[in-house]
Design a protein around this ligand. Structure first.
Ligand code: OTU
Length: 609
């Protein structure tokens, strides 16, 4: 976009948001003067970084990892020492879980920020962080950090001044004198944490106000109707960008705009804000990438990419594929993956972050229409998945726990590590050697699948060495939230096992290492190359196809623990032919044959040149 075009669109978007609620050119000029200032403040070294290819994050070389600094390496200095670990694996992108200064005690894993302009003192200082970014960049690793824009901790200085009664700061939050408006909101706004922090408001006797809070009591929602809030938030955005951060993860974006009579999720104004963020960052720091965090219905997630004409986020979490993978593992049925993987066309800048597990729970948001068309009752099916993964279902291999169980609706989400949910924990407990082997096959299958999908893979640290659930958090009063089940300390004491392919962690680790090295060498994994889903006419077998002018890749996955036979007629009928070579085992497959026999949980990346 040209400078003139960005400025024109900024004006238009700003006015779309603020004109209908009574703001004018003066407010816009104040907003713009902050943006111009941020452009002047952009550091020289980073301006050079800004010149790199705009689509750098779409490369096949992108392989991500998410980690908590304290759980992984105690602190930032410790993390710098671990750079060789990432290099030897081949990681090129690291998302550091919240590390800005949080409130003390329970802070939702850092998602309750007290000071956005400082680092959590338990992890280090701003200087440590700057050094970390420098060293990571030297090692060709991009850095992402969280920016929690929907809420601050109630200990943030704005919140403290609001609680002291200062109306200027009270207007930065959503505060009400009586329960009249809160009650109206409650009629239509669902609860996020009905179990631990029910309701959407908290009443504070000390300053006699009802305060809007979507999440925990100590996380107060910001009031984006107040343009000062936007200005402050953008100012912090540029402050973070100026620290050299490459990707900024905007947390909980669906929640930032509220309107009476609605669910206060995914409202049209949120999309105007996301476009505004995109334009502002394109103007000030064009190489910085916006990652949106919206774990909502699939058709709502995809809207946060915006369009070619009106871009919003460049990266989004592919939550839909993540749930479909766990569904496929439990049912051995891949059809939802096939259906959903061809549902949306993304704008050019839009890129999925593919993942199997993350620091949050799994919410069972499946494509209900597709389920119905397959003859499943969506409610019963969700109950099956909940019980399968909490391990109560009779034939389940999984060991997980319910999260936010709602007795009225019987609804629940699921906690647990990748390996425990995939069966490794149960098999180890039962000294079941065959079960251990089978669970590793499941883990390898899911990782392989995730690594081959359009977008780029993101490993949740610990999963690369098959970490099991951590039950010790039950003893820690600041970790009462059930999600700590899958947030264990990284097992450096077992580091020797990682490269020992006779142990489960070694097996999983080695396979990931192989995936990374193959993926980085294969141009067909660039995000620009689309993937076509091939109808395998087989519930257990997923087939995908990628091609550019020179080469093609055929991706085949057997989601069952039994041998399966793929009828190659169906592939030929869809225009595929010739001889392919598997990138893992080097075996050759001729599509002229009648059928392909697949081993239990077998995966193939077949290449034709
Ligand atoms: C995010 O998640 C973070 O990932 C969580 O760790 C935080 O607790 C939370 O925000 C509050 O800061 O409910 O299950 O659509 O789904 O923001 C995950 C967005 C969450 C929400 C998402 C939230």
């Amino acid at each position: 976009m040209t400078k003139e075009k960005i400025l024109k669109s900024l004006h238009k978007t700003y006015m779309n948001i603020y004109k209908p609620i009574g703001f004018n050119e003066d407010d816009y000029n104040r907003f713009m003067s902050k943006i111009e200032q941020a452009k002047l403040n952009r550091k020289k070294a980073l301006k050079i970084r800004d010149r790199r290819k705009k689509d750098w994050y779409q490369s096949e070389k992108m392989v991500g990892m998410t980690l908590y600094v304290d759980l992984f390496s105690n602190n930032i200095k410790g993390l710098i020492k671990k750079i060789p670990y990432f290099k030897s694996l081949g990681i090129t992108f690291i998302h550091l879980m919240p590390l800005l200064k949080p409130r003390e005690g329970n802070n939702d894993g850092g998602y309750a920020v007290e000071d956005y302009r400082d680092i959590n003192p338990n992890l280090g200082s701003l200087d440590d962080f700057k050094l970390l970014v420098e060293k990571m960049h030297d090692a060709n690793i991009n850095i992402a950090i969280d920016f929690v824009i929907n809420h601050t901790a109630k200990e943030h200085e704005w919140a403290k001044k609001a609680a002291e009664g200062d109306p200027f700061y009270q207007n930065m939050y959503m505060m009400y004198d009586s329960d009249e408006i809160p009650n109206q909101f409650n009629e239509t706004v669902p609860e996020v944490l009905p179990d631990i922090y029910p309701g959407n408001f908290t009443y504070y006797e000390s300053f006699k106000k009802y305060v809007f809070k979507s999440f925990s009591e100590f996380q107060w929602d910001l009031n984006f109707r107040n343009p000062i809030v936007l200005e402050e938030i953008l100012d912090i955005f540029f402050f973070l960008a100026n620290l050299g951060v490459d990707v900024i993860r905007l947390d909980a974006i669906p929640f930032i705009w509220k309107e009476l009579g609605t669910t206060c999720r995914n409202l049209p104004k949120v999309h105007e804000f996301m476009h505004l963020f995109y334009l502002a960052k394109d103007y000030v720091c064009p190489s910085v990438v916006i990652l949106g965090e919206a774990i909502v219905e699939p058709h709502e997630i995809v809207r946060y990419f915006g369009t070619n004409e009106k871009p919003e986020c460049q990266l989004m979490y592919n939550a839909n594929m993540m749930v479909n993978l766990w569904n496929a593992l439990a049912t051995r049925d891949q059809r939802l993956l096939s259906i959903d993987n061809q549902r949306f066309v993304l704008p050019h800048h839009g890129t999925w972050i593919n993942y199997v597990r993350c620091h949050d729970d799994i919410g069972w948001g499946l494509n209900e229409d597709a389920l119905k068309s397959m003859g499943f009752d969506p409610f019963k099916h969700k109950q099956f998945l909940i019980n399968f993964y909490n391990g109560t279902y009779i034939d389940s291999f999984a060991k997980g726990e319910n999260y936010q169980f709602n007795a009225r609706t019987q609804d629940a989400r699921t906690n647990g590590t990748f390996a425990s949910l995939a069966g490794l924990e149960k098999a180890i407990q039962q000294s079941d050697t065959f079960g251990i082997e089978e669970s590793i096959k499941r883990i390898d299958l899911l990782n392989t699948y995730m690594f081959s999908m359009p977008g780029f893979p993101l490993i949740y640290s610990g999963d690369e060495v098959a970490m099991l659930n951590d039950y010790s958090h039950h003893m820690d009063t600041s970790k009462l939230d059930g999600r700590w089940l899958h947030r264990p300390n990284f097992p450096w004491d077992k580091e020797k096992e990682f490269n020992n392919s006779h142990t489960p962690s070694g097996k999983v680790y080695n396979h990931i290492k192989t995936l990374i090295s193959i993926r980085k060498k294969e141009k067909l994994f660039n995000n620009k190359v689309e993937q076509r889903v091939i109808d395998s006419k087989h519930n257990h077998i997923y087939v995908g196809y990628k091609t550019n002018l020179e080469n093609s890749l055929l991706l085949i996955y057997n989601f069952s623990e039994n041998h399966q036979i793929l009828n190659l007629n169906h592939l030929r009928a869809q225009g595929l032919q010739g001889i392919y070579t598997d990138l893992f085992q080097k075996k050759k497959i001729d599509l002229q044959k009648d059928q392909l026999n697949l081993y239990p949980y077998e995966y193939l990346w077949l290449k034709q040149s």
